[in-house]
Design a protein around this ligand. Sequence first.
Ligand code: CA
Ligand code: ZN
Length: 299
Amino acid sequence: MIRIEASKYINAMDKANPPVETAKSGDIIQFVTKDCFGGQIQSEDQVMESLDWSEINPATGPLYVQDAKAGDVLKVEILDIEIADKGVMIDGGGEGVMGKLICEATTRILPIKDGKVIFNDKLAFPVNPMIGVIGTAPKGEGIPTGTPGDHGSNMDCTKIRKGATVYLPVNVEGALLAIGDLHALMGDGEVGVCGVETDGCVTVKITVLKDCKLPTPFIVDEKHAISVYSAETADEACEGATINMFKCLMNELKMTDHEAEMLLSVVGNVCICQIVDPEKTARMEVPMSVFEAYGYQFA
Ligand code: CA
Ligand code: ZN
């Protein structure tokens, strides 16, 4: 199995980044990842101002995938997510939804014990390990790993967890897949600007799809098919995710436009992924039973 260490990371998804490993379709790869602060926070005395922001959001990689050509889709099955025994959070300091209400920046290190995040002496929550950053190189200029987009990256989507499959666009030869920013737990919205940020290791299986018309980024899990969209505002992100799923229902299930729209209006759920990054991210979830009823199988 190919294993990429956390020391091999990028801070922008960029076609100019030299690949650190090469894999072929069907390979299983481990990405060892640093937390979104690049491991800079080791004590609660360290505040936001002391951080080197050029080292924020490291994504391990990039991985060059043989035979991945522009126009293909890279299928990434999340086989496993291991997380560390502690997580880091920051808040205030102008960041996040409450940034203007909480001037002072605070740092917390949260223990993770027996599968639970210890929040305080009254509250502990079961972990829900997820991947914040997973993406491929965009076609044009490089994009910092803090910014999500059509190429995936910092989508901060709680559905990108073990057992899910993520479909990403191949914009440049080799795709240049990179993964980072694991969260032990995060609420939809990520309103305070971070989840329980943790080091870890992600095991994925990659497959190059040559004739896949799914709107990317796209996620399939046990219960839902999910289109993901990032835009300048949450409104635009919600609309983009909805329209992508609308097109998917017509393309893949051959629904009429009226049928697809009505279906989305009755069983499609628009959900927020995050509203704190440079671009906001939303998703449209449709129950898997809809695709099953049509005998549709995801590639
Ligand atoms: Ca993130
Ligand atoms: Zn994060």
